[in-house]
Design a protein around this ligand. Sequence first.
Ligand SMILES: [Fe+2]
Ligand SMILES: [Fe+2]
Length: 327
Amino acid sequence: MRSTSQFVADRCSTVAMSFPGVFSWDYEHQDEHLVRLYDKAKRSQWNAATDIDWSVEVTPSHLDPGVMATLRDGVGSPFAHLSDAELVELGWESQAWTVSQFLHGEQGALLATAKLVDAVPDEDAKLYAATQVVDEARHVEVYHRYLSDKLDRSYPINVHLQSLLHDLLTDSRWDVTYLGMQIMVESLALAAFGFIYQTTNEPLLRTITSRVMADEARHVAFGIASLTGVYDEMTEHERHDREVFVCEAAELMRDRFLQREVWERAGLPADQCEAFVRGNPVQVQFRSLLFSKVVPNVKRIGLLTPYVREQFKRLGILSFESEPASA
Ligand SMILES: [Fe+2]
Ligand SMILES: [Fe+2]
């Protein structure tokens, strides 16, 4: 019989969060933008159990074979020997991996926004963040159901995503949790959801994605509204801490899309596959496109400083700086 501690270790992991919880005794509205976002969030709630048609059949034939085919067709590809049927199976695994990471990221967002309710100093932000807690719970519900009912397989959290979630949850400064979750993770998620929405032929995932994207657009707008002007008032030393955080987060997010776990599960040479995916021009472009909202949103909150600009240039994502911000 397993002990309780073994059971918990199998099913849970812990992060040590330490931050001051803040009561606000000023209940008068201070920020009309947040008041409007809060009102919009209340009107935009949906029910993952009843507003989604879960009777839709999901099969591998719905997958877009294009992305996987570019892997097989690349020069020196370790995927070159795969048959069409094996490629479809690999695409199915890749889909499960992608949605699994969405699921784990959504749980990270659930913990982060619950923390924001406690830690942010003003009441308008607490009320809005409370609606986001419900949104993220719904996103956890919807992606878990999709994985368990439709794909019948899942993956553990990717180490790069786990590391980023750990960093933003354990930092005691409330603005770093905002910066990590509302700006970095959610801006990237918006672009990833947009890519899925445009490329998948699978009707259920398209429906879920469009619903989730509408919520996420509000979340990013909340982050931008809350952080605009905050960094202008910091000392150079304080701001540099955030610059370093943004750049490390960008690097972790870029590396989380190498899908090593998929290649391992499929019995392919993981080192070779990872190296190929890292350098394959189509994959490089895909990973870079995921930053199309991160970069303008970082600029919008005043953090595209010379230091960050240099690091983003090194990562090949600075070209997105002229794209429109999310709010
Ligand atoms: Fe979410
Ligand atoms: Fe979100």
